[in-house]
Design a protein around this ligand. Structure first.
Ligand code: ADP
Ligand code: MG
Length: 254
């Protein structure tokens, strides 16, 4: 197979593939079925939002897709890697090399500067720092002039943009974000969402974002709607109004 064929196949095969995922928390009489028979292929270079009422299984779905949680049943393919039954050591390596995470609470290291936070995943993986990539990411995120600051010297929106750069520094196959704008005001949210959108448009990044905000979801290419652990609706080219209308309708059907 030529290199060209390989990269064409990479573009065509899903970045992440979930097949008949089921996840049950707890044991015996206290079990909760968080996901029930969920299947989805995340197309490379696209931005997918995951919405649904509180407790509908959004975080569980994201964690299964990211290899943070092994589902009770069903299979997860991350690129060419089947995650089911993988040893924790192998899984940790795959996560480190192939997945970027962004959390609502930023989770930056308080004692490190922004630049040190961003470079940390490469240091942990004993990979060489890539100054050109660091420069490009931080310029795109609009934090190039904040790199010597520590997290407490940055606004929430700036901290989240540092967290996104940290997640992208390893060039992951997929960026998983769980309510990345949940702790931010409107203007900061907008800046963070533009950085995610640009990563998809300009860098070909695959992004999966959990959110409960219709305005945030409207930045995605498509929206998956979860209710009680199942995908009940999918919307292409969402707008805030259509996303809100679907959420209202789904809440009414409960
Ligand atoms: P969402 O992110 O949509 O709010 P979650 O995926 O966090 O939903 O949770 C789905 C369901 O699983 C909820 O009923 C929640 O209470 C339950 N759940 C989540 N995490 C755990 C856990 N660690 N132990 C037990 N139940 C859990
Ligand atoms: Mg959640």
């Amino acid at each position: 197979m030529t290199a060209q064929q390989t990269s064409a196949e990479q573009r065509l095969s899903p970045a992440v593939s979930l097949t008949r995922i089921r996840h049950v928390y707890g044991a015996k009489e206290t079990t909760v079925t968080a996901l029930n028979d969920v299947s989805w292929d995340f197309t490379p270079g696209t931005f997918t939002a995951v919405m649904g009422p509180s407790g509908s299984g959004k975080t569980t779905l994201l964690q299964c897709a990211a290899g943070l949680l092994e589902p009770t049943a069903g299979s997860v393919l991350l690129g060419d890697h089947r995650l089911n039954g993988m040893s924790e050591k192998k899984l940790a390596t795959i996560r480190r090399d192939m997945v970027g995470f962004v959390f609502q609470a930023f989770n930056l290291m308080p004692a490190l500067t922004a630049a040190e936070n961003i470079a940390l995943p490469l240091r942990l993986a004993r990979r060489a720092p890539d100054q050109t990539w660091m420069d490009e990411l931080t310029r795109r995120a609009g934090i190039a002039d904040r790199l010597s600051h520590r997290p407490h010297e940055l606004s929430g929106g700036q901290q989240q943009r540092v967290a996104i750069c940290r997640a992208l520094i390893t060039k992951p196959r997929v960026l998983c974000a769980d309510e990345p704008t949940g702790a931010l005001d409107k203007a900061s949210s907008k800046a963070v969402l533009s950085v995610l959108r640009d990563a998809v448009n300009d860098l070909g990044q695959t992004v999966i974002m959990v959110t409960h905000d219709p305005v945030a979801a409207a930045h995605a290419d498509q929206v998956l709607f979860l209710v009680d652990g199942s995908i009940v609706d999918v919307m292409e080219t969402p707008t805030p109004e259509r996303v809100s209308a679907t959420m209202t309708r789904l809440a009414g059907e409960d």
